[in-house]
Write a protein that binds this ligand. Structure first.
Ligand code: ATP
Ligand code: MG
Length: 323
């Protein structure tokens, strides 16, 4: 596997790209930059004297925390997901694939340009109706895509996610220092870690997450995977995708709308606007679990809320899970 140190190996890297026919022989790399925030993979914007594109490479660990192992095959999942949904309607909402090197776990993608991910949503506290409509529409199209029979099971990534969504947030001695994130959060979390009825449902849905389903899902459908510029909307980063159940993506999306606004009405709205079959109860339960794990788990969001506001959200989430 090629692990260029791009600060010193730029010439080799340029030769590599030419050998793959990904650069024109006369094309020269002018500079590299980080296109945005990310933790898991190497993601770079390559700027040449003629254009720019994005390179994404998975490594056997989390790029930002190299001591944490991560499944190397995740880039293949991303490639196969994009490949499966390159149909007429969806192609306008995903980056084009420019190249893929399975041996080197490397994907070349169209540069979406001056787009920004939608993480700022939490700070704004409101969701644009038109954007939400588009997000629901795009998700429906993804879910209606017929995945090839050999679509990766993505089991290692699911196991990783399973730990962080369904297990660790609800474990008493999970080693997270929640009070370092916000004083009082640790105490707040204890109620839920001791709630046997709640944990039984979380366990059941966690099992469902690990079983085989019938619907191609994105697997990480939240503001960090949505990019916008003016009226354009793109979905990126499908490395957690697999053939599972639609309610997972729908519930996760709803959870982030609820965390953004504090309003539960988004569950009904998303469910009614979604073009497809979805069990509203299951979707509500997934949403509750997603809210909890984002508040008391390791994968925290830039969610600037008082401890009282978080207490309210957690209470809401519990009700949703027990619904
Ligand atoms: N095709 C693209 N065009 C423009 N910018 C992009 C593109 N792909 C990714 N980016 C930018 O790079 C950032 C990181 O990309 P991505 O989310 O795919 O990486 P990641 O390592 O999987 O991140 P994470 O750890 O959040 O899962 C994105 O948030 C976005 O800002
Ligand atoms: Mg990612």
């Amino acid at each position: 596997m090629i692990l260029f140190d791009l600060n010193t190996d730029l010439n080799n890297f340029q030769d590599y790209l030419i050998s793959k026919n990904w650069l024109h022989p006369t094309e020269k790399i002018k500079s590299l930059e980080k296109p945005g925030e990310g933790n898991m993979n190497v993601v770079l914007r390559i700027i040449t004297d003629q254009r720019s594109f994005i390179l994404k490479q998975s490594r056997p660990y989390v790029q930002k925390y190299k001591q944490i192992e991560a499944p190397l095959d995740r880039i293949a999942v991303e490639y196969k997901f994009y490949d499966a949904i390159q149909n007429n309607a969806l192609h306008a909402h995903i980056p084009k694939i420019l190249g893929y090197d399975a041996t080197n776990h490397l994907l070349l993608l169209e540069d979406l340009g001056n787009c920004e991910d939608m993480i700022a949503l939490y700070r704004k506290g409101v969701v644009n109706k038109k954007i939400l409509q588009k997000l629901i529409f795009i998700l429906g199209m993804i879910h209606r895509t017929k995945a090839p029979k050999d679509f990766p099971k993505n089991f290692e990534m699911r196991k990783l996610n399973h730990q962080h969504i369904f297990k660790l947030p609800f474990k008493k001695d999970n080693g997270f220092s929640l009070n370092d994130i916000q004083p009082g959060l640790q105490e707040l979390s204890m109620t839920y870690k001791k709630d046997a009825a709640l944990k039984a449902i979380v366990k059941k849905i966690g099992k469902r997450y690990l079983s085989k389903g019938t619907t191609l899902i994105h697997g990480d459908y939240y503001p960090g995977s949505w990019m916008t510029e003016a009226d354009d909307l793109y979905v990126i980063d499908p490395e957690f995708g697999f053939v599972g159940f639609a309610e997972f993506d729908l519930g996760v999306m709803a959870a982030h709308m609820i965390m953004t606004t504090g309003k539960k009405k988004f569950l009904k709205q998303i469910h009614s606007q979604y073009d497809g079959k979805a069990d509203e109860k299951l979707m509500t339960q997934v949403a509750g679990i997603e809210i909890m794990r984002r508040l008391i788990g390791l994968a925290q969001l830039p969610l600037d809320r008082t401890i009282e506001e978080k207490a309210k959200l957690l209470k809401k989430a519990r009700k949703m899970i027990l619904s």
